[in-house]
Every structure is written in structure tokens, then in C-alpha cells.
Design a binder for this molecule. Structure first.
Ligand code: MSP
Length: 491
């Protein structure tokens, strides 16, 4: 079975974590848990992108050194992920020595392969984006995302020879799958437009806070080249051949990102890897963008929702549910904070909690052992298969909707069968409650990637015998074999 490497973009440390960053990281966490539930080996990588002129700017304003700002702000990301119960396997920082060494090795390789050359460059540079913009990109002379005027810059840089044909081949042959297909078309469109070679270095005078080029001390590595390389430096590219083979070369590599950084991931990154003959990623999933009143969220614009505030208000598990159930993963959505409270009341306060307490109350009233029974195998398997397919297609909001449909089914089942009137009819009562427990067990399994603790709690309440909660929730449970999982149990 193929191991899986799941990555998020590494986040800029000049911003505080907002719900956009939280969304991608949460998706990675949920996918990791879902794959592990099926017994797959997964490595979940996230981290922070810490070099570039922007950090120097922020540090100067704060009267601190760039390193101090990076240390403080990368901690904010770690804390936010901890608050959201996100469990990554490795948190990379681009200021880690290990990463810096790997970048240098890669740059040497580029030089060896004759994949770079020197050239004088004049362009419009937005420090907010850390990239050159064209006149076409500007709105009223300003960067549309950062509302600031780009600087005109002229300097000598090293350029990377971009082989668009090779990247096009990768994508067309699906060796690199870009999902959803809208994103793939966008990339193919970009390739047709003929993109220029891109510069991989900056003059050190202008961008000091970066990794020196190993072959030219007057230049620092362009922050995007530095950042993309995190995906391989984190899994041993420079210092652990065995690990690199295990988690990059032989693994199924899935990058998660939003459309703002598609060109870097789907064109520049595979082109860089191809030029030094390193395996390219297998899949890139491009999710939608949260906007607030139609505008991109950022600290610079002061319009962001802090995931820590949501956790304080709703708790980690509910926040996870609320973030993932807002929109289909692949679509953009305008977020309003009130929407979270509305959804909380409609889905959670009156949904799952209510069902669990109804079933538990019936069990307590009855007071005897209940045999778990499978209600209608076709029906439960259908719910389960739908759920599994939706999760595999990254349609988390649909998978949650399927879970909630099963919850509604159970509610209706209780109202229709009126078990409280049947306590004296043991056979009938056993059947109804046994079936409800079966379905609740399934519901908790379906909930576990998004709401792991709630899921554990439900299983704990059900006091299932002969099968451990761990078996239910993690590695050992094969989703296809569900119905076989219900031996004699008691409530
Ligand atoms: N540092 C670069 C990425 C380098 S990866 C080698 C960067 N950082 S970022 O902090 O701006 O994060 C961008 C990513 O954060 C997006 O691609 C997306 O995954 C997530 N999001 C940031 N804002 C978002 C929204 N408003 N909505 C959804 N996701 C967003 O770009």
C-alpha cells in the first residue's frame, strides 16, 4: 500500500493565523485522520514561510529582529493548530538550519544542470505578494490584494529556464493531477500563454533576510523558491536518503493549497523538480477562498476572523465542523461570523447531541443489556459508501451532510417507532434500540476525522463490549467491513 504525504502551504509569518489558513490545515488534518482510519500510513506536513523583505519590514516597524518576529509568529501558528486539535507530524520553518542546507544543495544542483542563468531585470514588485506583477495585474496602479503601489525594481538576478512543455506533459498525462478540473484548466491556460523564465534570486542589498545563494554571496534565494523547497527538505532531501525515499519518492504526494498560489505549485514547482530529475507531486488539490465582504482576508487589511476566537466561542470540535461545512471545498465563499452561530444552532445543538441523549435515556430506562443489530444493511452500507466516496473526493461538506442525514434518519426512526411505548415488549424494544446503537456507532465513525473527541465520547457512552474504541476509530477498521463489526454488546 502506498504511503501518503499530505502538505499544506507554509504560511507567511507576517500575518496572524486566520480562518483561511486554518481551513487548509484542517483539511489536511481531516484527510490524514480519514486515511489513517483506513489503515494507511500518512505523513502530515505544515509549517511557516519566514524569509523575505516583508518580514524585515514588519520587524523594523516592531523594533525587533526578523528572527524574533519569526520565532514569535510561528508559535502563533503552532498554538492555533493546537487549539484546533490539528495534529501534524512535522512543522517546518524555513529558517531551520536543515531547510537552509537543503535549499543550498538544490540550488547547486540547478547550477550543475545548467538550469539557471544571469540577467538584468526590471519589474514592478509587490512586497505584500513577494512577487513581480505586470501592468495588467494592477487595479488603479495598485496591487489588488494589498492595495499598495508596487516598487519599480532593476537588478541582476539569476533566472530559471522554465520548461513549460515538460510541465504540460505532466499535467496532460495526469502524472500530476490538478483538482478540481477548473484549476487544471486554469493551469493549462497559463501554459498556453507562455510564461517567462522566473528569477530565483534577489540582490542581497535589497532582500537581506534570506538564504544566501551558495555560488553568489551578493544574492539571496527568492522566497518562493526557498518556500517550495520545504516540501522536500522536511522529508530528508538533504540529510536522510531513506526518509526521502519513503515519504517523497515512493509516496503519494498530495499538496493542498488555494488558487492564489496555483501558478507556483502547478507550474514553477514541478518545473524545478523536473530540471534536477526529482519525482514531482502526484496531486494538487486547490480549494476555494474565504473572503470577508468580497475581500481577501489579511492582517494588512485588518479584516480577518481569528480561529482562536471561534474555538473560544464554540470549542475546537465544533469550530472544525463549522469551518468544513460552510462551503464545498472547491468553491469560494463569503464568510460572515453570524453564519457560524446559525449553523451551530441548527446542526449541532439540536443534532447529534440530542440523538445521543435520547438513545442513552432509553437505555437507562430499560436498564438491561442490548444486543446490537444491523437495521437494514443496504441502507446503512449506502450511507457509509456515500460518505467514503465523498471523503475520497475531498467533498467534506457532502460527507458531513451524509452523516447528518443518518442522524436525521435516526431521529425519525425514534419518532416513528416510539420505543418508549414498547419497553414491556422486550423483543421489539431490543430490536429498535439495538439498531439505533448500530447507527450511532456508524455515525461516530463517520464523525471521527472531523470531530475525533466527540466520536470517542459517543463510543464511550455506548459501552460497546468486545471491540475497543481504538479498533472502531483507527487503523484497524476497514470501512467496507462495517457490518461485521457488531458483536454482542451491551448498553
Ligand atoms: N507562503 C506562501 C505559501 C508558500 S507554500 C510553498 C503563502 N502563504 S500564505 O500565508 O499567504 O498562505 C496562503 C495559503 O493559505 C492559501 O493558498 C490557502 O491555502 C490559505 N489561505 C489563505 N487565505 C485564505 C482564504 N482567505 N481562504 C482560504 N484559504 C486561504 O502564500
Amino acid at each position: 500500500m502506498r504511503r501518503i504525504l499530505i502538505t499544506t502551504p507554509i504560511y507567511y509569518v507576517n500575518d496572524k493565523p486566520h480562518i483561511g489558513h486554518a481551513y487548509t490545515t484542517l483539511v489536511a488534518d481531516v484527510l490524514t485522520r480519514f486515511f489513517r482510519m483506513q489503515g494507511k500510513e500518512v505523513f502530515f506536513l505544515t509549517g511557516t514561510d519566514e524569509h523575505g523583505a516583508k518580514i524585515t519590514e514588519v520587524a523594523e516597524k516592531a523594533g525587533k529582529t526578523p528572527k524574533e518576529i519569526c520565532d514569535e509568529n510561528s508559535e502563533d501558528f503552532k498554538k492555533a493548530w493546537q487549539n484546533l486539535e490539528i495534529k501534524y507530524d512535522y512543522f517546518i520553518r524555513t529558517t531551520d538550519k536543515r531547510h537552509e542546507e537543503a535549499v543550498k544543495k538544490f540550488l547547486e544542483k540547478l547550477k550543475e544542470k545548467n538550469a539557471i542563468y544571469e540577467k538584468e531585470y526590471v519589474g514592478l514588485y509587490c512586497v505584500g505578494c513577494e512577487k513581480f506583477l505586470t501592468e495588467k495585474d494592477l487595479v488603479d496602479g495598485l496591487c489588488p490584494d494589498h492595495k499598495r503601489k508596487p516598487e519599480t525594481i532593476s537588478e541582476k538576478n539569476y533566472f530559471f529556464k522554465l520548461n513549460l512543455k515538460a510541465v504540460g506533459e505532466l499535467i496532460k498525462t495526469k502524472k500530476l493531477k490538478i483538482l478540481p478540473c477548473r484549476a487544471e484548466s486554469e493551469v493549462l491556460g497559463l501554459l498556453n500563454q507562455k510564461l517567462d523564465d522566473f528569477s530565483i534570486s534577489r540582490q542581497k542589498e535589497r532582500v537581506k533576510w534570506g538564504i544566501d545563494l551558495p555560488f553568489d554571496k551578493n544574492q539571496t534565494t527568492y522566497v518562493w523558491v526557498d518556500a517550495l523547497l520545504n516540501y522536500i527538505s522536511a522529508v530528508g532531501y538533504n540529510d536522510n536518503e531513506e526518509e526521502f525515499k519513503k515519504w517523497w519518492v515512493d509516496a503519494r504526494v498530495i499538496h493542498l493549497l488555494a488558487k492564489d498560489i496555483l501558478k507556483f505549485h502547478a507550474v514553477y514547482w514541478p518545473a524545478m523538480l523536473l530540471s534536477v530529475e526529482i519525482k514531482t507531486p502526484d496531486e494538487e488539490f486547490v480549494h476555494g477562498f474565504f473572503t470577508i465582504n468580497g475581500q481577501k482576508m489579511s492582517k494588512t487589511l485588518g479584516n480577518f476572523i481569528d480561529p482562536n476566537d471561534l474555538v473560544k466561542k464554540f470549542g475546537a470540535e465544533v469550530t472544525r465542523y463549522l469551518l468544513l461545512s460552510q462551503f464545498p471545498l472547491s468553491q469560494d465563499g463569503d464568510v460572515k461570523e453570524e453564519k457560524f452561530a446559525e449553523k451551530y444552532n441548527s446542526d449541532l445543538a439540536q443534532g447529534i447531541g440530542n440523538l445521543v441523549s435520547r438513545v442513552l435515556a432509553l437505555g437507562e430506562q430499560y436498564g438491561k443489556q442490548i444486543m446490537v443489530q444491523c437495521p437494514d444493511p443496504d441502507l446503512t452500507i449506502k450511507y457509509f459508501n456515500d460518505y467514503k466516496k465523498q471523503m475520497e473526493e475531498f467533498r467534506f461538506n457532502d460527507a458531513l451532510a451524509t452523516t447528518w442525514n443518518l442522524i436525521s434518519y435516526c431521529d425519525k426512526y425514534i419518532s416513528d417507532t416510539k420505543p418508549w411505548e414498547k419497553i414491556s415488549d422486550e423483543k421489539e424494544f431490543q430490536k429498535i434500540l439495538g439498531e439505533l446503537i448500530y447507527m450511532l456507532g456508524n455515525i461516530s465513525l463517520m464523525l471521527s476525522p472531523v470531530m475525533p473527541k466527540t466520536s470517542q465520547k459517543i463510543l464511550g457512552f455506548l459501552k460497546l463490549q468486545g471491540i475497543s474504541k481504538q479498533d472502531w476509530l483507527l487503523q484497524k477498521v476497514s470501512l467496507e467491513k462495517q457490518p461485521a463489526l457488531f458483536p454482542k454488546n451491551e448498553l
